[in-house]
Design a protein. Structure first.
Length: 317
């Protein structure tokens, strides 16, 4: 199963304790989701104007993070209809949109401090495109290690970024701490130039480890065992054939053809079987999110505080 369904590559929330960042704000920041597939844009609206409309909409309604893709978003809180009205110059119910954005809620003790990091910019600062594959892998691993240290140093709870399963349309530049993190990597003072380095949200946000679900869910374990039993004889035969190639008894082309056939068949079966895991996981995520009034669920974070990780809750179910 292609895990890009469950991946979330380079969009980051950082929860920081306020050291070096200036005063924290007391009003909650807003995270919102728009299902772009349901948006009905004016007939002659060009792509540039359409894309700019997201930014204009976010700024007008004080949305700090605007998403167009996420693992889970409560349907009650989607603002797709409001955005459609906005780009078609129709009246929007202010109370309704403020309610969806939690503007009328008080911050509670479980709130999260949230910031954003642009990891594309981070990687570019190290000229990653000039590196070979091995060097790129080492760089990413080292940055992840240092990001974890940075997160612990500033009491960061949640780091998540925009990728395959999470798309970010707009982020308030006032909660972008990319430059500060880069400075910290270069042993410079990590001070951001903007007015604040983080915001506080009272929206219920959680994290799941997709790799762990694909590995440890009961249905996933059953599938792995089923595939092992189905292909173990063919795998053993390939090992034996490889030895015969080394001894000069069999042509390499024969071995390569059988190996390619084995890989193709195994890949097809994996894709088919692990669709069941995807269906299982999505069902459990939806149930858990709705039962616990979770607004957003993200995946594949660079760092996450265990207190907001609900992977084991899903597996226990």
């Amino acid at each position: 199963m292609n895990k890009c369904f469950f991946r979330l590559c380079f969009f980051c929330f950082l929860l920081i304790n306020g050291v070096c960042w200036g005063d924290s704000i007391t009003e909650p920041i807003s995270i919102a989701y728009i299902n772009t597939a349901t948006v009905k844009a004016p007939f002659m609206m060009g792509a540039n104007k359409y894309n700019q409309s997201f930014v204009d909409f976010a700024k007008q309604y004080h949305i700090d993070i605007l998403l167009s893709g996420v693992t889970f978003a409560d349907s009650k809180d989607q603002i797709s209809d409001e955005f459609t009205k906005f780009i078609n110059d129709k009246k929007i119910d202010e109370d309704a949109i403020n309610s969806k954005l939690n503007k009328n809620s008080n911050v509670n003790p479980q709130t999260l401090k949230i910031s954003y990091i642009n990891t594309g910019k981070l990687l570019d600062s190290f000229h990653i495109k000039d590196l070979n594959k091995e060097e790129q892998t080492k760089l990413v691993a080292e940055l992840n290690r240092k990001l974890k240290i940075y997160a612990n140093q500033y009491e960061i709870d949640f780091i998540v970024n925009s990728g395959d399963s999470t798309k970010i349309i707009y982020v308030n530049p006032e909660i972008d701490i990319t430059d500060a993190f880069i400075k910290s990597l270069n042993n410079q003072e990590g001070v951001v130039a903007n007015r604040r380095g983080y915001g506080i949200t009272n929206q219920v946000i959680k994290y799941i480890n997709a790799d762990k679900i694909f590995r440890d869910a009961p249905i996933a374990i059953e599938i792995q065992e089923k595939l092992r039993n189905k292909y173990k004889d063919r795998e053993s035969a390939l090992v034996e054939l490889s030895k015969q190639v080394d001894e000069g008894k069999v042509e390499m082309s024969v071995y390569k053809a059988q190996k390619d056939e084995f890989s193709t068949d195994l890949s097809k079966d994996k894709n088919y079987e692990f669709k069941k895991v995807l269906v299982y996981a999505n069902k459990k995520i939806q149930e858990l999110a709705l039962r616990n009034e979770i607004k957003f669920i993200f995946q594949e974070c660079a760092f996450v505080n265990p207190r907001i990780d609900i992977t084991d809750d899903i597996l226990r179910n």
